[in-house]
Ligand binder design. Structure first.
Ligand SMILES: [Zn+2]
Length: 482
C-alpha cells in the first residue's frame, strides 16, 4: 500500500512541474502566415524563434510557444512573413563630397524591407567597402552590403573610381587587387575598355573564383560574353540585344567602325526576333546566367518628357548634391526631339516585353533597381517595390517577382543555405507584411516589421529611420539654399 502511495505522489510531483525548461530565444514572431517563397505556398498560425541573428525554429504557434521563451515578441496575427528582400543592383557615388549623402541612403533600404543590397560600383569604392565591414560588425546601421569594389574599366573612362586597364597585365593586376579587397564579385564596364580585354577580364575573374557582371561592349555579341563566363547580365538591354537576328553582323559593323553606336542601336531595335531571342534565353538558362532587368530605371528615363518629378515625395530622402547628379540624365533627355522621345517610349516597351520571354525560357531574374547617384528619380528603397510591380505588370506572377527579390540573389552568390527562406539555420532577415504578396505584389511595401540579422524594427522604428533621413536631407537643403 505504502509503496503505491509514494509512487502516486511521485507521479503527481512530476506532472505538477514543468516537463522541460523553455529554451531561450531572442525574438518570437507569433501567429504568422509564413510564405514559402520557393514553392509559392503559405502556412497559417506559425511561430518563428530567432537567436543570435539566426532563425532557430519555425513550427505551429502552440508548439513554439511551448518550447521557447523570448524577451520580445511580434504579434503577426493576420500578417504574412517573407524572407528579407534583396536589391541586386544599386550604386553609391557622385564624388567625395557626397559620402555623407550616400551613407544616409542605407537606412532607407532597411525601412523598405531590403535586408541585402549588391553595390554594382560607383566612384566611392573605398568608402563602400568600409561600410560593408562596419555594417557587418554592427558599427553602422545598414542592410548587408555586398560590393564589387572598384569596377574594371579601360584607360581614362567616363566613370571615376575605377581600375583602369589597357593590357592583360593591367587586368591581372586589377583582379589581384580585387581579390585582396575581398570583393563579393567583379563589375566591368566598357566606356573605354577594349572589347578583347573585356573578354579576358571576364575569364580571369571567373578563373579567380569570382562572379562577374557588367556592361557588354557593343563590339561583342552577348554570346561572346557568355562564352568568356559572365555570371549575370545587368540591364535588360543586353538580353534584348541577344534577340536581334542580325546581332553578329551589327556588332561586326560597329567593331569595324562602319556604323555609329546610335545606328547599331537602331538596327538592333529593328532586328529583334522572338525565335532568335528565345533560343538565346534558353542558352542563358542552360548556362545559369541570371539577368537583372533594372526596368524601373529604364522606365523613368524613357518617360522623363512627361514628368519633372518635382513633386515626388521621395525627393525628401535625396540630399541636394545627390539630386544634382540627376541633372546629367535629365539634360540628356531634354535634348531629345519628338521623334527621339517616341523612339525612347517604343524602345522601353520592347525591353519590357523581353521580361516574360526570359521567364518562359527559364532564366533566373534578379530584382535590381539601379538606384543611386546619376540615375534620376530611381529612389533607394521604394524603387525595388516599383521594380517588382513592373515585373508583374509585364507578365510575371507575384510569386515569380517575389522569387527574384528573395532567392535569386542568394542563388547567384551561392548562399541559399543561409538566405531565401523562413526556416531554421537561416540568417534572421525577415519581413512581416500586412497583406499577402502572393496575391498582390504591391503588398511587399506594406511593412509591419523588419527583422535585420535578428534585430527587430517595428513600424514605429522603421518610421523613425525614415524621419531621420528626411531630417538630414532637410538640414542639407537648408544649407544649400543659403
Ligand atoms: Zn547600374
Amino acid at each position: 500500500m505504502r509503496g503505491s502511495f509514494i509512487a502516486a505522489l511521485a507521479v503527481f510531483a512530476l506532472t505538477a512541474q514543468p516537463v522541460v525548461a523553455k529554451e531561450p530565444a531572442d525574438l518570437l514572431i507569433r501567429h504568422a502566415t509564413v510564405v514559402d517563397v520557393e514553392h509559392a505556398q503559405t502556412t497559417k498560425d506559425q511561430a518563428i524563434a530567432t537567436r543570435d541573428g539566426r532563425i532557430v525554429a519555425v513550427a505551429g504557434d502552440a508548439a513554439i510557444a511551448g518550447h521557447w521563451r523570448a524577451r520580445s515578441s511580434i504579434d503577426a496575427q493576420g500578417r504574412y512573413v517573407i524572407p528579407g528582400l534583396w536589391d541586386m543592383h544599386v550604386h553609391f557615388g557622385g564624388g567625395k563630397d557626397l559620402v555623407e549623402e550616400n551613407q544616409a541612403l542605407l537606412p532607407l533600404y532597411i525601412a523598405h524591407g531590403i535586408t541585402t543590397i549588391r553595390d554594382c560600383s560607383g566612384d566611392l569604392p573605398d568608402e563602400v567597402l568600409a561600410w560593408r565591414a562596419e555594417i557587418a560588425s554592427g558599427a553602422l546601421l545598414g542592410p548587408t552590403l555586398l560590393s564589387s569594389g572598384p569596377k574594371i574599366e579601360g584607360i581614362k573612362p567616363i566613370w571615376k573610381g575605377t581600375l583602369e586597364t589597357g593590357s592583360r597585365a593591367d587586368v591581372d593586376a586589377a583582379i589581384t587587387k580585387l581579390k585582396g579587397l575581398r570583393v563579393d564579385f567583379v563589375k566591368i564596364t566598357d566606356s573605354t575598355l577594349d572589347p578583347q580585354l573585356f573578354l579576358y577580364a571576364v575569364a580571369q575573374a571567373r578563373a579567380a573564383g569570382l562572379n562577374v557582371s557588367g556592361h557588354i561592349p557593343m563590339a561583342l555579341t552577348v554570346r561572346q560574353a557568355l562564352d568568356a563566363g559572365i555570371s549575370s547580365i545587368e540591364h535588360i538591354d543586353y538580353a534584348f540585344k541577344a534577340g536581334a537576328k542580325d546581332e553578329a553582323a551589327i556588332v561586326a559593323d560597329f567593331a569595324a567602325g562602319r556604323i555609329t553606336r546610335a545606328e547599331a542601336d537602331r538596327r538592333l531595335d529593328a532586328d529583334f526576333d522572338e525565335a532568335t531571342a528565345m533560343n538565346a534565353y534558353r542558352d542563358l538558362a542552360r548556362r545559369g546566367v541570371f539577368v537583372t532587368p533594372t526596368l524601373n530605371g529604364s522606365r523613368i528615363l524613357a518617360w522623363l518628357d512627361q514628368t519633372t518629378h518635382a513633386d515626388d515625395a521621395y525627393l525628401a530622402y535625396i540630399g541636394p548634391k545627390l539630386r544634382k547628379t540627376y541633372d546629367w540624365r535629365i539634360q540628356r533627355a531634354a535634348q531629345a526631339d519628338t521623334d527621339a522621345i517616341a523612339q525612347r517610349h517604343a524602345h522601353y516597351e520592347q525591353l519590357a516585353a523581353v521580361l516574360p520571354m526570359l521567364q518562359r525560357a527559364g532564366v533566373t531574374i534578379l530584382a535590381g533597381t539601379d538606384a543611386g547617384f546619376l540615375n534620376s528619380f530611381n529612389y533607394p528603397g521604394i524603387g525595388l517595390h516599383d521594380e517588382l510591380a513592373l515585373y508583374v505588370d509585364n507578365g510575371l506572377t507575384p510569386a515569380q517577382a517575389l522569387l527574384s527579390a528573395t532567392r535569386a540573389g542568394p542563388a547567384w552568390f551561392g548562399t541559399l543555405e543561409r538566405y531565401g527562406a523562413i526556416s531554421p539555420g537561416k540568417i534572421a532577415d525577415i519581413i512581416v507584411l500586412d497583406r499577402n504578396p502572393l496575391g498582390d505584389i504591391r503588398a511587399t511595401r506594406d511593412t509591419h516589421a523588419v527583422i535585420l540579422r535578428g534585430t527587430p524594427y517595428d513600424r514605429t522604428a522603421l518610421d523613425h529611420l525614415l524621419a531621420a533621413t528626411r531630417a538630414k536631407v532637410a538640414a542639407w537643403n537648408a544649407v544649400d539654399a543659403k
